[in-house]
Design a protein around this ligand. Structure first.
Ligand SMILES: Cc1cc2nc3c(=O)[nH]c(=O)nc-3n(C[C@H](O)[C@H](O)[C@H](O)COP(=O)(O)OP(=O)(O)OC[C@H]3O[C@@H](n4cnc5c(N)ncnc54)[C@H](O)[C@@H]3O)c2cc1C
Length: 514
């Protein structure tokens, strides 16, 4: 069989300079080393970015490390703060709250998962909440912070993990400088027309200035507009409203009034939920709601009544539809970011999906033909990620016990995807939180939402009975003590920020809404 050399891409063109555009440009430029092919990005000064998207999950730290970006410098320049997890209030019932920490609950004991030992202790009559053992949760609630790499090798803090909060507009600017430093060519211009080849592949983009930008592969990071994937290639959108009823958000920033806490807050309201994201200089707030159960005016009033601190911008209503593109990659166009789909920000997963898109693109890197087998593989991998996260988010809604508003009554009675139903049954009947390959959320995350929402399995893992229970319980008590002691040596979160990554004075950036 004869082999032919691949017809290398010569130019990748990215449309959009929001978080998706600049993460894509950074990852591609880093990997391609400005040698294999050129990367160019077009961003419009007339069309703003979405301007929200300020909470992340731990893989974002991995992204920074993979790109060789200094974490302290990044946090300083993006007014960032640390995030140890998410506090959920009023989700199960009004007045109840629980924490979803990043990191493990506790160490393995006699070879058993800590969670299974804890389940047995509950079955034996103990009622210590699992978060009392969890170093990440203990640290969060004491408003402290220490990254595992600063803790002693045998410290329980090694079981914790963290992510970041940041100012989205400063992140785009930071990554723009980074990507341009790696040779990415930036055009500040607006795409006004798309030219296609006869086979439907995109050939070139006509810019307002008169320039024509040709390319072999196009990355659509144009946000909800979906300029290439939707408007030009007409790829359909799967709407998941039957499972994720929220379709609007009202967002507003307020002045900082207190030290930033090291976690995101998610507070359930009558027709959705409200986020609070503390940064070094201000707080991001928003109410995600369903337009079927709440008007924009009602949502705005709720948000204004609940925020603490003076507003620093006008509130903005952002419509969206949860779902995904039927094909994320079609012909020679890959959609990344909001153009590819949207899952509401309850677990801060959208920015992660951007990095996954480029990761899968690099794993399945095409030549100029964009062979269908490669495109299919990419689309399969992305669809799996989207559906996995979708199920995780739905779990928060469908397991509510609230019946005090029409919205929550609807959630209690909603139908759920079979894939989620299977997971819940497996967990309830067998205490197994499915272990998927390459999963984003570890079993601990699922266990935490189940427990927080009041879904406790009927049993625990049989193997735990192989160990002597009094010894196991005593080991649990010392794990708890060690976790508490280790946190006592951590700095207060704000003091940590001031010492290691104090906010740099932000440069004014274009904050025009999309
Ligand atoms: C309410 C809400 C809250 C969110 N919270 C979170 C969160 O906490 N965590 C998280 O991970 N994600 C969150 N997200 C998602 C996150 O905001 C996005 O995934 C992220 O900002 C990426 O957006 P984007 O770059 O795809 O689009 P945008 O930010 O909208 O950028 C679009 C870009 O395309 C350019 N453009 C558009 N048309 C043209 C044209 N014709 N010519 C040239 N350029 C053009 C614009 O200039 C802009 O630069 C949230 C989203 C919403 C709606």
């Amino acid at each position: 069989m004869t082999q032919s050399a691949p017809q290398h891409l010569t130019k990748i063109v990215i449309v959009g300079g929001g978080t998706a555009g600049w993460i894509s440009a950074s990852m591609l430029a880093f990997k391609l080393r400005n040698q294999l092919c050129q990367v160019e990005l077009i961003e419009s000064a007339d069309i703003g970015t979405i301007g929200v998207g300020e909470a992340t999950i731990p893989p974002f730290i991995t992204l920074l490390r993979n790109l060789g970006i200094n974490e302290q410098d990044f946090i300083s320049k993006t007014q960032g703060s640390f995030k140890l997890g998410i506090e959920f209030a009023n989700w199960r019932e009004k007045g109840q709250q629980f924490f979803h920490p990043f990191g493990d609950f506790g160490p393995k004991l006699d070879g058993h998962d800590f969670y299974q030992c804890w389940l047995k202790s509950q079955a034996m009559g103990d009622n210590t909440p699992i978060m009392d053992y969890c170093p990440t949760a203990i640290m969060a609630y004491q408003h402290k912070f220490m990254p595992p790499f600063m803790a002693a090798a045998d410290s329980p803090i090694q079981l914790s993990n963290y992510a970041l909060h940041f100012d989205a507009s400063l992140v785009a600017k930071y990554l723009r400088d980074y990507a341009q430093g790696l040779g990415v060519v930036r055009h500040e211009d607006t795409v006004v027309e798309v030219h296609n080849h006869n086979n439907g592949f995109i050939k070139a983009l006509q810019l307002q200035s008169g320039k024509l930008i040709e390319g072999d592969l196009f990355i659509d990071c144009s946000g909800f507009r979906g300029l290439l994937i939707d408007k030009n290639l007409n790829v359909k959108y799967q709407d998941w409203k039957q499972w994720l009823p929220c379709d609007r958000a009202v967002a507003m920033q307020t002045k900082k009034v207190a030290a930033p806490v090291p976690y995101t807050q998610s507070t359930a309201e009558d027709a959705g939920w409200r986020w609070t994201i503390p940064l070094q200089h201000r707080t991001g707030n928003g109410y995600v709601y369903s337009s079927e159960f709440c008007s924009d005016e009602q949502a705005l009033t709720t948000l204004q009544q609940k925020v603490i601190g003076m507003p620093v911008n006008d509130p903005r209503v952002i419509p969206f539809s949860s779902g995904r593109r039927e094909h994320f990659w079609h012909k020679n166009c890959v959609s990344v970011g909001l153009s590819s789909g949207f899952l509401e920000p309850l677990e801060s997963t959208a920015i992660h999906l951007i990095t996954r898109s480029i990761h899968f693109l690099l794993v399945n890197f095409p030549d100029r033909q964009c062979k269908q087998s490669l495109v299919d593989e990419y689309n399969r991998a992305m669809a799996w990620d989207y559906e996995y996260i979708r199920d995780f988010i739905i779990l928060h809604y469908c397991s509510t016990q609230r019946n005090d508003s029409e919205f929550w009554r609807w959630c209690q009675n909603m139908s759920i995807p079979d894939s989620l139903q299977q997971r819940i049954s497996l967990f309830k009947e067998n205490a197994i939180a499915r272990h998927d390959l390459d999963q984003l959320f570890k079993p601990e995350s699922w266990q935490c939402i189940y427990e927080g929402m009041g879904i406790r399995p009927q049993t625990y893992n049989h193997f735990v009975d192989l160990s002597d229970y009094s010894q196991l319980f005593s080991n649990m008590q010392s794990a708890k003590q060690r976790a508490q002691q280790s946190v006592s040596s951590a700095l207060n979160h704000e003091a940590f920020l001031k010492q290691f990554c104090p906010a740099a004075t932000p440069t004014p950036v274009n904050k025009k809404g999309a």
